[in-house]
Design a protein around this ligand. Structure first.
Ligand SMILES: [Zn+2]
Ligand SMILES: [Zn+2]
Length: 206
């Protein structure tokens, strides 16, 4: 059964937040639908999202589910997969929502050629229109598809992430900037921030 769809107003606000409408954002909106159906929206940090991509979809997830990078309840794993795990700290339940390989239909040769041209900034006006139309069509397909055609729901992998800790800051001996304790390094008995540590490390070829 399909979960309650995101309202047209919220979809519009999500597109505004992201900057454009695209198939990737549509995947994020539909995954958020599923997550919010199970867990609701994260008002504070009670829901944690673990995203395995850093592409467009994640903007929809942050905006709609309330799992955000800054709050510490959005964790990025650089696996390059359209897979999104949601974990509730309230009841300990988790789901991993994985986009099916054919959720975003494979681009045909024409679309691949158009995208390549776009990267090289060689698109003519009529080609630009064709690319825009094809992209809009794919976005619409995703927004209208049955949810179980788009995603597989799997058990979550790995341990549940800990709550974000607020740590003390230390002052870097080189630049004098306050740095979160867990991100500081020690060199010749001095406390350094990571960037100064790496600069000195390079200079002395340690
Ligand atoms: Zn996008
Ligand atoms: Zn420093």
């Amino acid at each position: 059964m399909n979960p309650k769809p995101v309202s047209p107003e919220l979809i519009k606000a999500t597109i505004n937040f992201h900057g454009h409408s695209c198939p990737g954002l549509a995947i994020g909106i539909r995954a958020s639908e599923l997550a919010m159906d199970r867990f609701g929206r994260s008002l504070d940090e009670e829901i944690v999202a673990i995203v395995e991509t850093d592409m467009c979809a994640v903007d929809a997830i942050q905006f709609l589910t309330g799992c955000t990078f800054g709050k510490g309840n959005l964790i990025h794993l650089d696996y390059g997969k359209s897979a999104f795990t949601f974990h509730s700290r309230l009841d300990g339940k988790s789901i991993r929502i994985v986009a099916r390989p054919n959720a975003i239909a494979d681009p045909d040769d024409d679309l691949i050629a158009l995208r390549t041209k776009k990267l090289k900034k060689e698109l003519s006006v009529s080609e630009q229109k064709r690319l825009k139309k094809a992209t809009a069509e794919r976005t619409k397909q995703i927004m209208e598809a049955d949810i179980d055609k788009l995603f597989d729901i799997k058990p979550s992998q790995g341990p549940v992430p800990r709550k974000a800790r607020v740590l003390e800051s230390l002052i870097c001996r080189e630049c004098g900037e306050a740095t979160m304790e867990s991100r500081t390094r020690r060199l010749f008995g001095q406390t350094l921030c990571t960037s100064c540590f790496e600069t000195l490390e390079n200079r002395f070829k340690i």
